[in-house]
Write a protein that binds this ligand. Structure first.
Ligand code: UDP
Ligand code: MG
Length: 217
């Protein structure tokens, strides 16, 4: 098939390549990651993958900021937390009612939200904007799935935690899973806006870029 070489087509192609290469995501080292001295290790993994940090700050988030960050007024999102909490019971003789006092996803999610807010305020977090090819999916892959006991070795959550919702919820605390990463483009856009509103997001090239993207020959 002949390649379409019209100006419009070239412009569209360049725009697509640019948006994929410069995709931005939001991620955050949670208080347990900071207090376990894992800031350097986590950023090393992001950089080693070829992604770059373009904005960063350390803060203790307010309750208001956490409630804006997690869509706590979205009932479906809260119920999804309840579904995740139930996953910790797989293979256990306990029912959700035995372990958590309810098997209703929304009720379970509501109690996760309470402990999640406490967890996120238990110390400083390191908030970042990360840029690079498919940055949103790449940083999620580096993070691993939400529940550390189900996360593969080689991921941040799998390598540094074995926490499970069964233990966490019975102990009345959030799962300590070290790291947050936006799940999709809408989350990434909202979270970058929320955490870095009006702040400078830096534009610079990595020394690797020439080699990774073949500008050297
Ligand atoms: N969480 C929890 N208990 C649960 C499910 C979730 O403490 O049973 C916390 C956990 O810290 C998680 C956060 O809620 O990272 C947000 O949940 P989400 O489903 O968005 O997972 P993520 O995107 O962080 O993988
Ligand atoms: Mg999430």
């Amino acid at each position: 098939m002949a390649k379409n070489t019209t100006k419009d087509y070239d412009a569209k192609l360049n725009k697509t390549v640019f948006s994929v290469k410069h995709q931005r995501t939001f991620c955050m080292i949670k208080p347990d990651g900071v207090m376990r001295g894992l800031i350097g290790e986590i950023i090393r993994r992001i950089e080693k993958a070829g992604l770059k940090v373009v904005a960063m700050k350390m803060i203790i988030p307010t309750e208001e900021l956490i409630k804006k960050h997690y869509p706590t007024s979205d009932e479906a999102w809260v119920a999804r937390l309840g579904v995740k909490a139930k996953k910790g019971l797989e293979g256990s003789p306990l029912t959700a009612k035995d372990a958590y006092g309810t098997d209703n996803d929304k009720e379970l999610g509501d109690s996760v939200v309470v402990s999640l807010i406490q967890y996120m305020q238990s110390g400083p977090v390191v908030a970042m904007v990360v840029e690079g090819i498919q940055a949103i999916n790449m940083v999620r892959k580096l993070a691993g799935p939400t529940l550390p006991f189900m996360a593969e070795m080689g991921t941040i959550r799998g390598d540094f935690s074995v926490d499970s919702p069964l233990v966490a919820n019975i102990e009345g605390r959030s799962i300590h899973n070290l790291f947050h990463a936006s799940e999709n483009p809408v989350e990434a856009e909202n979270e970058i806006k929320l955490w870095f509103d009006g702040e400078i997001i830096c534009d610079y090239s990595l020394g690797n870029d020439d080699i990774m993207y073949c500008k050297h020959y």
